[in-house]
Design a protein. Structure first.
Length: 349
């Protein structure tokens, strides 16, 4: 059965740009006087490695408390606009139209839409009435890689058809004024909004192919990362130190995934990782036995966009492709579950 080829890849961010230094000042104004430990945690902003981020709403919108109705309205407006923009870029790069798409996989964990996003934009995108829709929720930061694996299998199942993967996250809408926790401060310091789109086709379509995919779910790790759901909206859950978990657990998990692919670390020319934060990148380099500084595209994406959850690793892939991919790369991301998701790419120069 032919493997799925990466026909095109595009990324997009919303129009509002936030400098990290300005976010810190605003956080002091909004949270500092009400959160006794804010001064102790405020150093997190300087240690993220982030210079700027993007949001779907103007800066001042985030300075007031928002409930579910306002967050949902902002999500629908912003996510639909990003979907149309990023999918349009991927289609143009592939010399296709919306009518050429046979399957749409939509990955998102930062908002709720029923009907789902691809249905809401179907007319604007020109999707056919018989397009297959696969909305995926709950994968968090691992969604870009897991979504790529799902989309590649769907392309492989029907060679010659075009599968569009769109992953959109509006993490900024989870900003909370009522949660005085370290986890909330970390979220305020890290998260940005963005989207990525990939078109896949099995049988032909490009020099870069999805060779293998694999996941590892650690038992008893539901408390590491996720959302709490309450009357105000989503609340971020970070209850364990993720860099420490990576250092202790990632290497053997990736080794097992590679073994199932009949590969080893020596077969990988480049690791392309989801950059959760500066300390996460450093931990990834140690866990994967890489020289410190090797994950340069990851640091660049984090600096320019922050942590956008699922699309972020595809931003890294975009930069790595521009520089030139080696014969084999391994994409990795960690997400709620707690799960490591991996995809091996085979590239013909």
């Amino acid at each position: 059965m032919p493997t799925a080829a990466l026909v095109s890849l595009a990324t997009s961010v919303p129009p509002h740009t936030f400098l990290q230094k300005d976010v810190l000042v605003a956080a002091w104004d909004v949270l500092g006087s009400r959160f006794p430990d804010f001064e102790r945690f405020s150093g997190i902003f300087a240690n993220t490695g982030i210079i700027k981020r993007h949001g779907v709403k103007p800066f001042d919108w985030y300075l007031k408390p928002r409930g579910w109705p306002e967050r949902t309205a902002a999500f629908l407006e912003g996510a639909e606009a990003l979907f149309v923009d990023v999918a349009g870029k991927a289609l143009a790069d592939a010399h296709l139209t919306g009518a050429d798409i046979d399957t749409v996989v939509t990955v998102c964990s930062t908002g709720i839409a029923t009907p789902s996003l691809e249905a809401r934009v179907a007319r604007r995108m020109g999707f056919r009435s018989d397009v297959t829709r696969v909305p995926v929720f709950g994968l968090g930061c691992a969604g870009g890689i897991s979504g790529l694996a799902i989309a590649s299998r769907l392309a492989q199942a029907r060679p010659g058809t075009n599968v569009l993967l769109v992953t959109i996250e509006l993490c900024s809408l989870a900003l909370r004024h009522d949660q005085f926790t370290k986890a909330n401060i970390v979220a305020v310091s890290l998260f940005g909004d963005g989207a990525a789109a990939v078109i896949l086709r099995a049988g032909d379509g490009g020099a870069t192919r999805i060779e293998h995919a694999g996941e590892h779910l650690w038992p008893d790790t539901l408390d590491i990362m996720g959302w709490s759901v309450d009357p105000e909206g989503f609340g971020v859950i970070f209850r364990r130190t993720i860099p420490e978990f990576i250092l202790a657990n990632l290497n053997p998990a990736v080794m097992q995934i590679l073994a199932r692919m009949q590969l080893s670390f020596a077969d990988i020319g480049r690791f392309i990782c989801h950059p959760g934060g500066a300390k996460v990148i450093t931990a990834l380099e140690s866990a994967l036995a890489l020289d410190q500084g090797s994950l340069d595209c990851e640091r660049k994406v984090l600096a320019d966009y922050g942590n956008m959850s699922s699309p972020t690793v595809l931003f890294v892939l975009e930069q790595a492709r521009a520089r030139g991919l080696p014969a084999r790369s391994l994409l990795t991301a960690l997400g709620p579950g707690f799960t490591a998701s991996c995809v091996a790419l085979r590239h013909a120069a």
